[in-house]
Design a protein around this ligand. Structure first.
Ligand code: ADP
Ligand code: MG
Length: 324
């Protein structure tokens, strides 16, 4: 799923962690109750603490990958999770264990699965749910960016849900490719899946927060249409679609999508990173804040109505009234 093979040695990685890595046998304290996901170098298992019954997700990360020691990358992933400890939209790191082959991150369990499932399902989520999930994603991304971290691998498989029914809140996972802002020199090694990465990543340009906002655009696109905007027949075609920003908003997939949703996505899927809105900018987009039924009287009142209402207090708010 991802590439971390470094030729130039691990640079720009965080090396300081607070969490103790225990050499206790995890299975002595936890019952493994299933598999949640699997990547090239990681397996994530559902587990229950024997003493409390509390459920966690255990991410087993291989210490050696392609014959190379990758401990530094794992420590970095832990350090980023620790830095995001106060971010309510990021999964919590609870503890860590170590075996001969793996470091195991014991993570807060997100029971609702990946939002990916809602991007490929026959039944798409109603737009009101999509906007709620996108607002939460933007909130998480904004807080990450404020703390100087870019995720660089945001995709529907890495945005999880706390519960499925009723649909809960989002939790961002997988900080394997995350970097500190301003880190340079190793972008060549951190290519994510072409389908989800921004044009500047394919061109090996410097890391900025705007890269994550491209991904938010792709995620919003997928949630409202059920289709992947740039996926081609093969990697080359996908690559070309991304670098040419080859998106079709007029297709059948958009027939039931609101104008505001299209406007939101259009503003994010732009080639030049500097022309994309920030996470904070996105939060003010009207798509994300549909008018509330019952609050209409605070909207501008038509002249005819204004003149008819004598007292006017209920129908005519002062000019400076906020519409919230
Ligand atoms: P990788 O680096 O291999 O992509 P991830 O951290 O993305 O590893 O985890 C792989 C998959 O495991 C995720 O896409 C998700 O389906 C599942 N998963 C990961 N963390 C959790 C968690 N905290 N709770 C529930 N499922 C999880
Ligand atoms: Mg992942």
């Amino acid at each position: 799923r991802r590439r971390l093979d470094s030729r130039s040695g691990p640079t720009g990685l965080l090396g300081e962690i607070q969490t103790q890595i225990s050499t206790d046998v995890l299975e002595n304290h936890f019952d493994i109750t299933g598999e949640l996901g699997r990547g090239k170098f990681a397996v994530v298992k559902r587990c229950a603490e024997k003493a409390t019954g509390k459920v966690f997700a255990a991410k087993y990360l291989k210490k050696r990958r392609r014959g190379r020691d990758c401990r530094a990358e794992i420590i970095h992933e832990m350090a980023v999770l620790e830095a995001a400890r106060n971010n309510p939209r990021v999964v919590n790191l609870h503890a860590a264990y170590e075996t001969d082959h793996d470091i195991i991150l014991l993570l807060e369990y997100a029971a609702g699965g990946e939002i990916f499932d809602h991007c490929v399902s026959e039944e798409l989520l109603p737009e009101a749910q999509v906007t709620r999930l996108i607002r939460q994603t933007l909130e998480g991304v904004h807080l990450l960016h404020q703390s100087g971290v870019v995720h660089l691998d945001l995709k529907p498989q890495n945005i999880l849900l706390t519960t499925l029914s009723p649909l809960g809140d989002i939790k961002i996972v997988d900080f394997g490719l995350a970097r500190r802002l301003g880190a340079v020199g190793e972008l060549r090694e951190i290519l994510g899946t072409p389908e989800y990465v921004a044009p500047e990543i394919l061109n090996y340009e410097p890391i900025t927060t705007a890269t994550d906002l491209w991904s938010v655009g792709v995620i919003a696109y997928m949630l409202v249409t059920g289709e992947s905007p740039f996926a081609g027949e093969d990697k080359q075609e996908t690559f070309l679609n991304v670098s040419q920003v080859n998106v079709d908003y007029s297709s059948e997939a958009f027939s039931r999508v609101s104008e505001l949703a299209v406007d939101f996505i259009r503003k994010l899927l732009v080639k030049a990173p500097e022309d994309r809105p920030s996470a904070a900018d996105c939060m003010t987009h009207p798509w994300l804040w549909p008018p509330c039924p019952g609050l209409e009287p605070t909207l501008p009142v038509p002249r005819t109505l204004r003149e008819r209402s004598s007292g006017g207090k209920w129908a005519m708010p002062p000019e400076d009234t906020e519409d919230k």
